[in-house]
Ligand binder design. Structure first.
Ligand code: CTP
Ligand code: MG
Length: 707
């Protein structure tokens, strides 16, 4: 791989960004657009006018009906607290037909949990494609494609500020030339692949702000600063206050430059004169702010250093563009190094091509294969024999049945799995309660057992010393007491030694008696504590039984739970399983929708072919009977009338649809505009000449023609 010594760009990168590369290695002057010839500007202007007429908003009707459909869907899923509002080019009048549909979903009350997840599930069921959910973004969003209309849709959550800034953009778009300038800049950026924030380039919104800034800066200005001196209108969104006030009055501009010159000066400004290092695009200021004042100085490496691997740091404020309401938001935050290189390359390319007088069509040559509408919906079926189509249909219908059965089974399984999960969680809760009861009992049992032990020791300690029962001690004490207190028989008086012995014995007995009483007390306490302890043990046993009961009941309520313990591990396994099931369901839904679409297409073709067959049979019969048949002739299809009907939204028959599709399809409607116009002109000429005849009489007409 050959790497450029000067820039560090690989061969592949040099080919990817050729215009920029040339400017980086060769010391070539950036062409001066101010010397473009006037005739060329006029030609460009005419080309732009034609294009604008053509692009219009071809998908306006699809957008409207899809918005309606999605609104209904979201209300049914989230209830009437859900608020669905459109914003972006659908409401700003800045659409170029190919843009996405931007919807904001918010809630009057509390936002339900896991909205994006539920939304994705719903969209899968609806057969939407390429569903991507980005829950952790600054504004959580779900992106998807509606396969019927081919529209890309963004549903963002609670994107209030976007609704307000769309209102202001709409206000700026009141000025027709600014509206068209934005459309042309967006058209160029979209066809050259540099208007996708998710892919690291600038959003359409950012390109719109650049166009407005340009309109504010041209002399005389084409657009005012709608926020300057406007009545303040403070709103609080997620705890942050924004001033969304702006003037909505029509601006009487003195600027009379053509769209082409405005477009040329736009590119001249931002591709060659704008000092991206030191200037911030700011429409709320009406002119650039300095990066220094804004504290948005470019930090980190240059895009070139990142793409060549010379530096892997993080770039900041690479093309600073301030959001008009959220002043802390730099719209170039999403621009990645490769995106910045592509933007610079496109800037260099357009400057070169404009200076060479290249057509706008060539300038906007798409970088990627665009998804063109198929010319003919039935192109592959025209040469397929009818029986083959019938067989294909049969197979598709059989497949559809299989898929529908699978979906039913999977949904049932998901329901069962969810039920089991609920039961398991309930079981876990109950088991947790039982366990905490047991914990409580155990915590009470511990000191009780210690007390029992203590009492046992007191009692046994005394009993070891005094082996005689308390009663016996008492009797002996009484006997000695009586002996010591009896009247003295002077003839038989005890001697002093014996009496002393008796007294000592008595005191001994007294001490023994006291100890024995203590031992009895300890014993009683021991018995009481033991009883208490036994009760606690019984309760403990019961909790064990209760836990077993929880499990038994769980299994009884659903035998599928046999052997499964209500613990977090089991719950996790169930959750994982539920996710896998959901994924399979989503896949099957997509297949189902695809099959349905294909079946619909084949059935429509069969109807068209049958009708055709009937008509041609009828014709043949009539010819055979020398046109004796009185059956009315099938009306000939006039393709121009059909095109007119289709473009004005009138209903057309299947026969007409087929004729339309086989003659270039929907795409041919626009191209036949000129033919239609010519036809109209011819018709109106005819009519007007007839009118002259009627109004002025044949004679005069003849006379005049004779003159
Ligand atoms: N928006 C925003 N902040 C951004 C990007 C977009 O507030 N960083 C809002 C703006 O209200 C903008 C809307 O989202 O009008 C739609 O953005 P985008 O699709 O980029 O612009 P559109 O004009 O709708 O362009 P397109 O026609 O290409 O869809
Ligand atoms: Mg949009």
């Amino acid at each position: 791989m050959s790497v450029c010594n000067t820039t560090g760009l690989s061969l592949e990168q040099q080919e990817r960004w050729p215009y920029l590369y040339r400017h980086l290695i060769e010391d070539i002057e950036v062409p001066d657009l101010s010397s473009i010839e006037l005739t060329h500007i006029e030609t460009l202007d005419n080309e732009l006018s034609d294009l604008i007429k053509k692009i219009g908003d071809a998908k306006a009707t699809s957008r409207e009906s899809l918005t309606k459909h999605l609104k209904g869907l979201l209300f049914r899923r989230f209830g009437k607290n859900a608020v669905v509002e459109a914003f972006g080019s659908t409401v700003t009048n800045l659409s170029i037909g190919t843009g996405d549909l931007d919807l904001c979903l918010s809630f009057k009350g509390k936002q339900p949990a896991k909205v994006l997840k539920k939304l994705s599930g719903l969209l899968h069921e609806e057969g939407m494609e390429n569903i991507q959910s980005i829950p952790k973004a600054r504004i959580p969003i779900v992106k998807f494609k509606d396969p019927r209309s081919g529209l890309d849709v963004d549903i963002s959550l609670d994107n209030r500020l976007a609704i307000h800034n769309s209102e202001m953009l709409k206000s700026y778009a009141q000025e027709g030339r600014l509206q068209r300038l934005v459309q042309m800049v967006k058209y160029w950026a979209s066809r050259r692949g540099i208007n996708n924030a998710f892919e690291g380039t600038l959003s359409s919104y950012a390109w719109t702000l650049l166009s407005i800034q340009h309109a504010q800066l041209v002399q005389p200005p084409l657009a005012p600063n709608r926020q300057k001196g406007a009545k303040s209108n403070q709103v609080s969104i997620k705890g942050v206050t924004y001033d969304i006030g702006f003037n909505n009055e029509r601006y009487p501009t003195e600027n009379n430059q053509s769209l082409a010159s405005l477009l040329i000066s736009f590119f001249e400004r931002f591709a060659t004169r704008w000092d991206w290092e030191n200037m911030v695009v700011s429409i709320r200021n009406g002119e650039a702010l300095t990066t220094k004042a804004k504290k948005w100085q470019h930090t980190g490496p240059l895009p070139l250093e990142v793409v060549t691997g010379a530096d892997d740091g993080r770039m900041e404020h690479v093309m600073p563009i301030e959001d008009p309401f959220n002043h802390e938001h730099d719209l170039s935050r999403v621009v990645r190094a490769e995106g910045a290189m592509s933007i610079q390359n496109e800037f260099m390319r357009i400057i070169e091509l404009l200076s060479e007088g290249t057509t706008w069509k060539e300038i906007c040559e798409p970088v990627m294969e665009l998804e063109e509408e198929p010319n003919d919906l039935f192109h592959d079926l025209r040469s397929t024999p009818a029986n083959e189509i019938a067989q294909r249909l049969e197979e598709l219908r059989a497949n559809l049945e299989v898929v529908e059965t699978q979906i039913r089974e999977l949904v049932e399984e998901r329901q069962n799995s969810n039920e089991l999960l609920d039961l398991l969680r309930g079981g876990m809760r109950e088991a947790r309660n039982v366990r905490s009861d047991r914990q409580q009992i155990l915590s009470e049992l511990r000191p009780l057992s210690m007390k029992v032990q203590e009492m046992r020791e007191v009692r046994d300690g005394i009993n070891q010393r005094i082996a005689i029962p308390t009663n016996r001690i008492k009797q002996e004490m009484m006997r000695i007491f009586e002996k010591l207190t009896a009247e003295v028989d002077i003839f038989n008086a005890p001697n002093l030694g014996v009496e002393r012995g008796d007294f000592a014995y008595f005191f001994e007995l007294q001490a023994m008696y006291e100890a024995s009483l203590k031992s009895n007390e300890a014993h009683q306490e021991f018995i009481r504590l033991r009883r208490e302890q036994n009760q606690e043990y019984r309760a403990l046993k019961k909790t064990k039984k209760r836990e077993e009961d929880v499990l038994t009941r769980l299994v009884e309520s659903n035998p599928a739970l046999e052997g499964i313990h209500p613990n977090p591990k089991s719950v996790k396994e169930f959750q994982k399983n539920a996710k896998l099931l959901q994924r399979s369901i989503n896949e099957q839904y997509s297949t189902k929708h695809e099959l349905r679409r294909e079946i619909g297409r084949l059935e429509a073709w069969q109807r068209i072919s049958k009708r055709k067959q009937r008509d041609s049979d009828g014709n043949r019969h009539r010819t055979q009977r020398n046109q004796r048949s009185r059956r009315p002739r099938a009306p000939e299809v006039n393709i121009n009338e059909v095109r007119q009907k289709a473009s004005s939204g009138d209903s057309i028959s299947l026969n007409e649809l087929d004729a339309l599709l086989s003659k270039g399809g929907i795409a041919s409607i626009g191209s036949s505009d000129r033919q239609k116009q010519q036809q109209k002109q011819r018709q109106s000429k005819k009519r007007s000449s007839r009118k002259i005849d009627i109004r002025q009489g044949r004679t005069r007409g003849r006379k005049e023609s004779r003159k």
